[in-house]
Design a protein around this ligand. Structure first.
Ligand SMILES: C[S@@+](CC[C@H](N)C(=O)[O-])C[C@H]1O[C@@H](n2cnc3c(N)ncnc32)[C@H](O)[C@@H]1O
Length: 257
């Protein structure tokens, strides 16, 4: 059934990687057909997005939806009465919180439609690293004075044992306009390794840092940690710690040096 014929509906529409131009034609159609359009702004942030231009494209107002609005189920109260479209950076299903939202909508008998888009998960293959050779990913989180989790580091250790690449997302607090930089993230990894004296992550370790992928300003930097740390890579960024490299992956990365 077409969106316009549904009375209640939740659609999750991916926005892709950079700005309002990355929405797909199908996503645009879905948003235009909705009664209410929200922009989910806490799992990711499109750094190039201009909300006014997005509203012009969609031909209606776009309201910001914070974590509380989505996770408390308030968004579903609207979707139980109207056609609600939630716009999400990247692909909407690459975030556990949205899978949960889909389940809760189904429980309430609300039809759900997903419109996929490019995700950072697959876009990182522009580094030449093969998608099937990545292990678990993890997020490097902001450390506080009394809160310094290290579980993300353990993910890398396990992946390394298996020869797999590790994709690290970097923490963000969109409501505070705070985005972790590559330098801050590398610093945390260095500190954990130094503390554990495991020699697994040192200033000489080779990593890939990827910033603003999918934008005209994108940067892919490969090299040793101490060199990457001198570079001011703008957020949003990810860091990849390569595992065992296939000769083609190696050749590709070395072409970036
Ligand atoms: C939860 S993930 C985004 C998931 C999103 N749904 C997707 O499919 O791309 C958010 C993290 O991905 C990374 N990220 C998102 N977009 C990026 C981009 N264009 N370039 C580099 N890193 C990006 C950042 O580390 C950010 O904190």
């Amino acid at each position: 059934m077409a969106a316009a014929e549904e009375v209640m509906m939740l659609s999750l529409v991916g926005l892709g990687l950079w700005d309002e131009q990355d929405i797909t034609l199908r996503g645009l159609q879905e948003a235009r057909g909705a009664d209410l359009v929200f922009l989910e702004s806490y799992t990711s942030r499109l750094m190039g997005l201009n909300k006014k231009r997005l509203e012009e494209l969609i031909e209606k107002e776009v309201k910001e939806a914070d974590r509380e609005f989505i996770e408390s189920g308030r968004v579903l109260e609207h979707a139980g009465e109207k056609r609600v479209c939630v716009l999400v950076g990247g692909d909407p299903m690459v975030a556990t919180t949205h899978a949960d939202l889909v389940l809760r909508a189904k429980e309430r008998g609300i039809p759900v439609r997903i419109v996929h888009n490019a995700s950072i998960y697959s876009a990182v293959c522009e580094t030449g690293l093969q998608a099937y050779k990545f292990g678990r990913s993890a997020t490097i989180v902001f450390w506080e004075d009394n809160y310094k989790p290290t579980s993300f580091y353990d993910v890398m250790v396990k992946n390394k044992e298996l020869g797999l690449h590790t994709l690290f997302f970097l923490d963000l607090r969109a409501h505070e306009n705070r985005f972790m930089t590559v330098r801050e993230a590398l610093q945390e990894l260095l500190e954990i390794s130094a503390e554990r004296k495991d020699g697994l992550f040192t200033p000489r370790t080779r990593v890939v840092a990827v910033s603003r992928l999918g934008s005209p300003e994108q940067r892919i930097a490969y090299g040793v940690v101490e060199k990457i740390m001198t570079d001011d890579l703008p957020p949003l960024s990810v860091i990849i710690v390569p595992g065992k490299l296939h000769p083609v992956e190696k050749e590709f990365l070395e072409s970036l040096l």
